[in-house]
Design a protein around this ligand. Structure first.
Ligand code: SF4
Length: 143
């Protein structure tokens, strides 16, 4: 199967702080699947490094109050476009990210508090029927 994958899980230094979030099992996905790495925040035009941001209602804001909703939306649409064009059957996305998180994300108070919700890209992919896995479920794709 083709899988859309958060690039930071594959070791790309695309996170807001310029680091990666390489996951030991993510690389192993390439033994069974064709991987399509994406970083929606970069695809939306944001630089790396960049200020951390969180979802607050329908908006996405940085800690100092800048509204980056449009960049997050554009990145999500680019990820969806690539997912469809390349025929990806599922997405493996970084948990708790305001773009990639699925089911649980930071609550918009920049206090480290988690709340129920989806990142902008995860939500858009899921609303178009793409199954979204967090990195804690990668093993399900290695069986
Ligand atoms: S937007 Fe997604 S792929 Fe990019 S750094 Fe954040 S979690 Fe990783």
């Amino acid at each position: 199967m083709k899988l859309l994958v958060s690039a930071c899980l594959l070791g790309t230094c695309c996170r807001y702080d310029g680091a990666s979030k390489a996951h030991p099992l993510a690389e192993r996905l390439a033994e069974r699947h064709t991987l399509v790495p994406v970083c929606p925040e970069q695809l939306g035009g944001l630089p790396t490094p960049r200020p951390p941001a969180e979802r607050r209602g329908d908006r996405v804001v940085t800690g100092d109050g800048a509204d980056v909703t449009e960049q997050y939306r554009r990145g999500a649409e680019e990820a969806l476009r690539l997912c469809r064009m390349l025929g990806c059957g599922a997405a493996v996305l970084k948990e708790r990210s305001p773009s990639c998180g699925r089911g649980e994300i930071y609550d918009g108070t920049f206090s480290g508090t988690l709340a129920a919700g989806d990142g902008v890209t995860a939500a858009l992919l899921a609303s178009h029927g793409v199954p979204v896995y967090g990195e804690s479920r990668i093993e399900e794709l290695l069986k």
